[in-house]
Ligand binder design. Structure first.
Ligand code: NA7
Length: 539
């Protein structure tokens, strides 16, 4: 029923996380409402329809593992799945498990208030519905709220503007148009080559260059699909115990232990594999030692120089201001080669800053440009943006975003002290964006589901992280983060892409497998670090 007002659980969001959570709770026979802003399922893959949008994890790994039949039946066509194929997959899942019937679309949750006497959440939506639920499960995504675009003059621009994460369903025709793309993270790097195919002129505004690696995307061969399907269970297990949710052979040596020739041969082999981590995984210290990292960074820069004909443009495209891998690397198809095309140009905003958008284009410190269309590929208020956008009030009326004013604090990225019965799937301080998301999503959903089962078996009405456990987890996340180079970069992992956002490492780099062990041990230990509110009287 999608109109019940009093349910066991409300799930916010119908992307990969919300759908699987709905599936699991329904299995248990719990009454559930799911609210989704979009008019269909898909979350990230519903909204990010920009040309060239593609997952940077291989399709055979970027898929649900919970149903062996699903994993055998579904046929991926490409090594790296494009957005339309992923969305079809998610739609298939929704159809196959009859999930749409449990979702209220075109509805945004605007507030959720915890009632301490009843141990329940009151959830309000922008359509005026109020629903009462024992558990509130946030499946709102890590990269779902676009960052406010902080460039003056946008409102006066006479042409069309688009944000990559809110792309029109019907697509955009760039034929004959003078197009600007602002931003060169994954969304820019993926869309720029495709937009260049159509546009009359394309100008790319780059503030910080990405380290982008050639994806070597290709159709999947029958034999590799069959091989994966034959051993899928073992592969899934290896994913769950791996560092990043994608099994890789672990390095045993430091980059300093080998000669430059040997190092470059290792990097070359990684480059040929064409995965996000294949160069990073070459040596034990790529992400922990600045000098070791620099050897890999320079290898990638050299590849950029080989792909770009104009040496000046190539240098401008070479990242230098942060270590390789400390901002999520990109996987591209023809990105650098696009700058060899005569109608494509690069504006280096470090050299000539962007002053404003004008009615007819944009102005840098150097000159004015005329455009018909501006595409913003300017990124997200990652990890906390979607949660902060909702008025979530816990114990004593405390607002979650106020509690998080100095940076998010959670226990395991799953729960928050002062917010009983609230669960955050892939929340801040969990591996989430530092992993294959779908592996982390399944782990969190399974953990939350088991937790709910345990609470219900013991008639415990509420569970709440303790402030001490939360403090210890925050200290651990920070400590582990500080053993790496991640905190040295100005990245969205650190919150530093959003002006005024506290600089905190927003994800846990302890590794997917190690993290899972900790979560499981805490559950096995009677939910250590959580306060279980008194069992209900059984009389
Ligand atoms: P990202 O990776 O945050 O990239 C955003 C890009 O936009 C980045 O190059 C930014 O430069 C640039 N940017 C942001 N604001 C401005 C302004 N005001 N002026 C100029 N340039 C700006 O977001 P994506 O959507 O590409 O990718 C997000 C993740 O999705 C990605 O990592 C994958 O996991 C999938 P900056 O670096 O801030 O100097």
């Amino acid at each position: 029923m999608t109109n019940e007002r009093n349910v066991d659980a409300v799930i916010v969001g119908a992307g990969l996380a919300g759908l699987y959570q709905l599936y699991r709770l329904r299995e248990l026979g719990l009454s559930t409402r799911v609210f989704e802003t979009g008019d269909d399922v898909g979350g990230t893959w519903y909204w990010n329809r920009y040309p060239g949008a593609r997952c940077d994890v291989e399709s055979l790994s970027y898929s649900y593992s919970f149903s062996p039949e699903l994993e055998q039946d579904w046929e991926w066509t490409e090594r790296y799945p494009g957005q339309p194929e992923i969305l079809s997959y998610i739609e298939h899942v929704a159809e196959r498990f009859d999930l749409r019937s449990g979702i209220t679309f075109r509805t945004r949750v605007v507030s959720a208030v915890f009632d301490e006497d009843a141990n329940r959440w009151r959830v309000d939506t922008d359509t005026g519905e109020t629903v009462d639920a024992q558990y509130l499960i946030m499946a709102t995504g890590c990269l779902s709220r676009a960052k406010d675009i902080d460039i003056p003059g946008i409102a006066d621009f006479q042409g069309a503007t688009y944000h990559t994460s809110r792309w029109p369903r019907e697509g955009v025709d760039f034929t004959g148009k003078r197009v600007a793309v602002i931003g060169t993270g994954s969304s820019g790097v993926q869309s720029i080559p495709v937009i260049a195919e159509q546009a009359a002129e394309l100008t790319v505004f780059q503030r910080t260059p990405a380290y982008s690696l050639a994806a070597r995307n290709r159709p999947l061969e029958r034999s590799e699909i069959d091989e994966m399907k034959a051993g899928y269970r073992d592969w899934r297990e290896a994913q769950r115990t791996s560092g990043f949710g994608v099994p890789v052979e672990l390095a045993t040596r430091s980059a300093h232990e080998v000669s430059e020739t040997e190092r470059n041969a290792t990097y070359e082999a990684g480059w040929r594999k064409g995965t996000l981590v294949s160069i990073l995984a070459g040596y034990t210290d790529t992400l922990t030692d600045a000098a070791a990292n620099e050897t890999a960074a320079e290898f990638v820069r050299q590849k950029i120089r080989e792909r770009v004909e104009d040496p000046e443009v190539a240098e401008a495209l070479c990242p230098r201001s942060y270590p390789f891998g400390t901002k999520r690397p990109c996987l591209d198809t023809g990105y650098y080669e696009t700058f060899n095309r005569p109608h494509v140009s690069l504006v280096d905003l470090r050299r000539t800053p962007l002053i404003e958008v004008t009615p007819s284009g944009a102005r840098t410190s150097e000159r004015e440009y005329g455009f018909d269309v501006i595409v913003f590929a300017t990124g997200f208020d990652a990890m906390t943006g979607a949660l902060d956008a909702i008025d979530i009030r816990g114990r004593d009326g405390v607002l979650l975003r106020e509690k998080w004013a100095e940076g998010p604090r959670t226990y395991l990225g799953l729960a928050v002290a002062g917010f009983p019965n609230l669960f955050t799937i892939t929340g801040p301080s969990s591996p989430s964006v530092l992993s294959n998301m779908i592996v982390s999503i399944e782990q969190h959903v399974d953990w939350i589901t088991d937790c709910i089962v345990s609470l219900r078996e013991q008639s415990i009405p509420a569970i709440e992280a303790t402030a001490e456990a939360e403090d210890r987890w925050a200290a651990h996340v920070e400590e582990v983060g500080n053993t790496t180079l991640y905190p040295t970069a100005d990245s969205w992992y650190m919150g530093s892409n959003v002006p005024g956002k506290p600089r905190v490492f927003l994800a846990y780099i302890g590794g997917v497998g190690f993290y899972r062990e900790q979560c499981d041990a805490i559950a096995a230990d009677g939910y250590r670090g959580f306060r279980l509110h008194e069992a209900l009287a059984t009389t």
